[in-house]
Design a protein around this ligand. Structure first.
Ligand SMILES: [Mn+2]
Length: 258
């Protein structure tokens, strides 16, 4: 996939959510996501889901044997996709989501670095993991698993084997994170500036770091901003979660639990 694709024209209201990390053990988060999708499909012209909606995705052929919780999520996404312009992006967990899933939910796949022409001008949308350049071990693994040849080799393996591999990768990632500092797992400021320069944007939106915020700074002497999407976890009260709202009046971070 080309890194810098053509800008996508998205006039009107946009709702964005990422990092729900849905899995069998997150029924409350999945239910909240279903309710959010319904509201989003009524309020927004476009729904953008830039990655880690699922805590793991081992291939679209898993749809055929989807457990009830996953079927319910996919159906909720499909209902939203039938009403609204729906876009799905890859995270570092669900990077194997493909055309079959997109088609099943009536979505289109976002490029890895998505330039969006919105009512407030051009913005760059990423999942965000590629900006965490201080985490060398992660970036090495990212290069491997995002390689189309590696993915094709993966898809050639039987589904149960891929499920087991995903389980192992997740356990590895969890234990790997435990030994890393919080700074290493955040975005690198130089990587942010380089990415924004490369695309000629003053606004960057991303998820991944689970640190919802609006950061303002100067990029080559001009005002710039970076909006970070929140992660979701509604399994224990009060829980957390939220989304980014974009319309002609600007951007706003909305708290789901407020
Ligand atoms: Mn992520």
């Amino acid at each position: 996939m080309p890194a810098a694709a053509q800008p996508i024209a998205l006039p009107g209201t946009i709702w964005l959510a990422s990092d729900l990390h849905l899995q069998e053990q997150t029924p409350a988060t999945a239910e909240a996501f279903g309710a959010w999708l319904l509201e989003a499909s009524q309020q927004a012209e476009h729904i953008l889901l830039p990655g880690d909606i699922f805590d793991a995705w081992v291939g679209d052929d898993a749809l055929a044997v989807a457990p009830p919780w996953l079927r319910a999520v996919v159906e909720a996404m499909a209902r939203a996709g039938a009403r609204t312009d729906l876009w799905l992006g890859h995270g570092n967990r669900d990077f194997m989501m493909g055309a079959q899933l997109a088609q099943a939910i009536g979505a289109r796949l976002l490029p890895e670095q998505a330039l969006l022409d919105t009512d407030i001008g051009r913005v760059l949308l990423l999942h965000g993991d590629e900006l965490c350049t201080d985490d060398l071990a992660y970036q090495q693994m990212r290069q491997i698993v995002r390689d189309p040849q590696w993915q094709a080799g993966m898809m050639a393996k039987p589904l149960p084997e891929r499920m087991e591999l995903a389980r192992q990768l997740r356990a590895q990632s969890e234990s790997g994170k435990a030994g890393k500092s919080l700074e290493i797992m955040d975005v690198n400021p130089d990587a942010v500036c380089a990415m924004m320069r490369r695309h000629g944007v003053s606004r960057l939106l991303h998820g991944h770091t689970h640190r919802p915020a609006r950061h303002t700074f100067l990029l080559d002497g001009k005002p710039a901003e970076r909006w970070v999407l929140p992660d979701w976890d509604l399994e224990q009260a009060p829980g957390r979660g939220g989304w980014l709202h974009l319309d002609r009046d600007g951007l706003a971070l909305n708290d789901l639990t407020a």
